[in-house]
Design a binder for this molecule. Sequence first.
Ligand code: B12
Length: 504
Amino acid sequence: MTRLPQTLLINPTITSRSSARFPLSLLHLAAALDQSGNSTIIDGNVDRDVIGATMHAMEQNAFDAVGISVMGGPQIAPSIDVSKAIRERYPAIPIIWGGYFPTLYTDTALVAPYVDYAIRGQAEESLPELIAALTGPAVPDLAKIGSLSWKHDGVVMHNPNRRFTLGDSGLVLPYDKLGDPRRYLARTFLGRRTVAHQAAIGCRFRCTFCGVAAMFGGTTVLPAVARLERDLRYLKYELGADSVQFFDHNFFDREQDMIPLLEVMAKLEMPWWCYARSDALLGLSESTWKLVRKSRLRMAYIGAESPSGQMLKEIRKGTRPDQTLEVAELCRRNGVIPEMSFMVAPPENTEEETELTFEFIRDLKRINPESEIIVYIYTPLPESSKHEKDRNKRPGMALLDLNGEPVVFPKTPEEWMEPRWVDYACHADAPWLTDKLRRRILDFVTVLRCRFPTVQDLRSPPWTKRSLSAMASWRYRQRRYDRPWELNLANRLVRLRMPQVSGL
Ligand code: B12
């Protein structure tokens, strides 16, 4: 009997155990691999000793390859650690990196001696093909595998991108591979047992700052209605989920295509959260909004980005600031909380743009006080990390640090581990930020989040939120954001949740 290929898939730790959600990337890959082999998943968000768990799994099983999911930011260090540990103990086992980091920084990932292959973008087809090639009897013909990057005599080869698909095996994802999948259901503001799910993939927009555009190059594929219904029914009736957080890159697509999907969700009535765009929501007809209300959409994460129409044009956002304000009002009328994210401190007009954004946020809060606000630092992607269709088409201005020197992006995974680059990847800091502006942004965010505590915080009792809000109100009213020492002190005791860190 021929032996089926065995693959070990690892999601290195990126978040706390209580914030762990289904590692969807690995579940999708496991479903694809299991059609012609076997796979095992280690989820570092639940199994905190990833290296120990990996070594244990490798002692028990003769794996043919290990696949590691790597996102830029805090997941880089544990990805390096586990890759090095595997290389040291099992030097012959191929190590494959996939996910956002190797897709955006392919050459950087492959510089590492502990990364043999990188698969760019979606890998449901490429990964099983690679595993088959590595375990087959013939000398592997790697050049044929779409979206694969590999090393040939020390030179990095990039095979052409493959098209995106949303195949349907007719089965739900192999959740049982995670042990008891119910431990991934979490209490959130949406419900007592919120589940993470991805229905569609990709995004048809090509915003220059967004990792999703770099990954999908402006393509989107919606799920078949039957598939969505089958998946949600399983999650609701088999696993007991009562609410859903959609990890779709952008949930609302063309209205006529969304109606049948919304009808399924209206039938299942599970409160939900998703990514959306202001233009798409503003374009929905009244009858579709009725369906949206029936389906119990609770919150929509909308990239507002900037109050400047000019900047929105430059980053190819495709929406306008007036639409941001309008959608805040529309959401209010429909009982949906808009979660608006902004990018402050851009490399040009850094201070001016930041102050304008603060004022714009105040306008938004006036229109819809329930709007949740997330403030990120604008950290553009390096040109080389953009999708090949967009590279060098609209090169942004040269990025300069505080000394006027060009910003040089890391060339190795180890450099991306440095705290300043982890902050860059997390949109938390940039080389052109002065201490004064960094402080000012932090102070503004402190006053804002105390004045309007997030509904996503279930930890702090309502009275503490009310007290914080009362304490912060004079500062907010009078725009006295600077050095809010009393709020910082109170916050240390209350520890309000910060969606920009613990959210998505
Ligand atoms: C869930 C999620 C998280 C989870 C972690 C998930 C995990 N690994 O356990 C949490 C909440 C912790 C998280 C954190 C962060 N995230 Co996040 N996250 C997401 C989200 C919403 C969904 C990812 C997902 O599950 N997708 C579904 C699966 C099926 O798709 P996938 O992951 O892309 O996997 C496919 C391919 O990538 C590939 N693949 C993936 N892994 C592997 C492994 C192998 C071996 C292979 C071959 C292929 C492969 O194949 C998969 C199947 O096709 C995405 C946005 C989105 N909608 O995708 C952002 C996203 C990935 N996050 C992003 C970022 C930047 C972050 C942060 C680092 C920063 C931030 N401020 O948001 C933070 C860290 C915060 C902090 N301070 O600690 C960016 C990445 C962009 C970039 N420039 O790198 C995204 C795209 C959001 C965005 N639009 O900016 N995130």
